[in-house]
Design a protein around this ligand. Structure first.
Ligand SMILES: [Zn+2]
Length: 585
């Protein structure tokens, strides 16, 4: 066996092309919802060639119709929604830097207006909203306020607005009509004010950017830039929302200065289709039955203990995947496993049973082990500057595995898995005690010393230094959901690497200690599959662009989902004979 460099793997991934969509023979609940929506709406049967609208007015009719269809679909969708917010302050040169943060994770429920079920247990959420557009964006950063920015206007009607065509423009490969939208004067209820981008095949809104008007007296509407992706044929669903305020006056003295990212995913959480599983067992059975009969012996105590631990591990991993917190197995896991393998091979360690790697889909920086499964969060993968620092993270977790630190095997009992999704973080806890943490650190240093990364650990130490500096201001970024914090009290993980790192120099453009969030891992909001972002690193023009651990606006490259015949969902443009919405009240 030999070690493989990450660079060659990256290349392999790129040339292999896009990840194939998970094959779905039986419709998932979300897909059924899509079809049900269409069946129950007044939309006529699928038409592959609706005539192009003849006028701007007809275009607007189509946009309004599509938006109503979108609202009907969203009522059946239950994606996870995560908002991470950084409070900002300007330095003496006028450049903003984070001085605080907030975090929220929940599931969006829109059956009767946006509602959410909190995973992180904050009080005051989960109550039913009376009206989406009043009192939502309160000064307390109600996360629901961020979640409800998935909806431009729950009652979108032509008669409320003045529309101005601006130009045609490509967002990625999607040709769009750019339209400015302003509420007509004299409206009492707040309406969207800003710009919309409408793709010119089916006239779906794919991006809207602005705020609501008029502003209410007590609360404030934030400015936002909301993006939808073409996740199913003919269906564009909310995926990213960027929010920013630089000087929002909220009283005589206070003003708000922040930026926030909201991400949505987990649209198609298959409720582990029992029929599908049964079919798989039938397919596998002839071989496995034969295998078992060859070695028809009961498990020895040692093997039984291993099987028991594996069962607990599998239960936990499966549950976290089902909830939408773990990405399904994929190519990013293979990259992580390659680094793990590099560490194992060069240390002559032969672990009974493979070590597996998986990606936790959330932003806070964390890594932990579930038995022999190493889990690293999307946020942590995003900010790690290089392969050696990734090896540092993985070596600590591998330390737990090599040292045989146990997983609580109560999870091997299946009834322990019967709990509501929102209790996941309370019921599944993979925290280690201080002694185990110290032992894993020591083991990790030993593993790294023999590895191909031994001469490249300066950057890993630099990453830790940057973390040490920024962590006190960003407590939510380092607050783990399921494992131990990278930086707890005075204890920093792998602290012994800090000493050998060069001095941290924020002004040096060629010293990248930590990357911004969101730059490396791309999540498919429908399947939860993760892949490496194809965005190329660009040379920085100023130190301000280093943005370690910071969030940035979203600019996804929009594409049309290619419509396979089997995938066709009856969601095409309604017939132009449908009466247009009335122009005036
Ligand atoms: Zn640990």
């Amino acid at each position: 066996m030999r070690t493989v460099s990450l660079a060659s793997l990256l290349f392999l991934l790129m040339s292999a092309g896009a990840l194939p969509a998970a094959s779905q023979d039986s419709p998932s609940p979300a897909q059924q919802a899509l079809s049900a929506t269409v069946a129950s709406s007044d939309a006529p049967a699928a038409q592959s060639s609706a005539p192009a609208p003849a006028s701007f007015n007809e275009v607007l009719d189509r946009v309004v119709q599509r938006e109503h269809l979108f609202m009907a679909q969203m009522r059946h969708m239950h994606p996870l929604v995560e908002t991470y917010l950084q409070d900002l302050k300007n330095d003496k040169d006028g450049n903003p830097f984070p001085v605080g943060d907030r975090y929220y994770l929940g599931r969006l429920e829109m059956e009767e207006g946006p509602e959410d079920v909190s995973f992180t247990g904050q009080p005051g959420f989960g109550h039913r909203m009376v009206s989406k557009l009043t009192g939502v964006y309160s000064l307390h950063y109600l996360p629901l306020g961020f979640a409800s920015m998935v909806v431009m206007d729950s009652d979108f009607q032509k008669r409320y607005y003045n529309f101005t065509f601006v130009r045609r423009e490509f967002l990625g490969e999607v040709r769009c009509l750019v339209i400015d939208v302003q509420p007509k004067p004299g409206q009492k209820v707040p309406h969207f004010m800003g710009r919309i981008w409408v793709e010119d095949q089916d006239y779906n809104i794919v991006r809207f950017n602005g705020s609501y008007f008029p502003q209410p007296k007590i609360n404030f509407f934030f400015h936002f830039d909301s993006w939808r992706l073409n996740l199913r044929p003919g269906t564009w669903l909310p995926a990213y929302i960027y929010t920013e305020e630089s000087n929002l006056k909220t009283g005589l003295t206070k003003s708000l200065h922040f930026k926030a990212q909201t991400r949505l995913w987990g649209y198609d959480l298959k409720a582990l289709n029992k029929n599908e599983e049964f079919t798989q067992i039938l397919v596998d059975s002839p071989q496995s039955i034969k295998d078992q009969s060859d070695a028809a012996a009961d498990a020895s105590p040692v093997v039984a203990e291993r099987m028991w631990e594996k069962q607990a591990e599998d239960n936990a991993v499966e549950r976290l995947t089902k909830v939408g917190l773990l990405a399904p197995p994929g190519d990013v896991d293979k990259i992580l496993c390659t680094v793990v393998n590099n560490l194992l091979v060069t240390n002559n360690i032969d672990l009974q049973g493979d070590v597996r790697c998986r990606v936790l889909l959330t932003s806070p920086l964390e890594s932990f082990t579930i038995g022999h499964t190493i889990v690293v969060s999307r946020g942590l993968l995003d900010v790690l500057p290089d392969e050696a620092s990734l090896a540092m993270v993985l070596s600590h977790e591998l330390g737990h595995v090599v040292l045989g630190h146990r997983l609580d095997t109560k999870l091997a009992f299946n009834d322990k898995m019967f709990f509501p999704d929102e209790d996941s973080f309370q019921r599944l806890d993979f925290r280690r005690n201080e002694a185990d943490e110290a032992a894993a650190d020591a083991k990790a240093i030993e593993l790294l010393k023999n590895s191909p990364y031994k001469d490249k650990l300066g950057n890993a130490g630099l990453f830790l230094k940057e973390l040490q500096e920024k962590a006190p201001d960003l407590p939510y970024l380092i607050r783990p959901h399921l494992g131990n914090s990278l930086f707890e009290g005075k204890n920093m993980r792998m602290a012994s690497l800090v000493g050998s790192a060069p001095a941290l120099d924020p002004k040096r453009l060629d010293q990248i200690a930590a990357l911004p969030l969101g730059g490396r891992i791309k999540v498919d909001p429908w399947t939860d599959q993760v892949e490496l972002s194809k965005a190329k690193a660009v040379p920085l023009t100023s130190a301000r662009e280093k943005m370690p651990f910071e969030i940035a606006p979203f600019f996804p490259y929009l594409t049309h989902l290619s419509t396979g015949a089997a995938d066709k969902v009856a969601l095409t443009t309604p017939s132009p004979t449908t009466p247009p919405a009335p122009e005036q009240k």
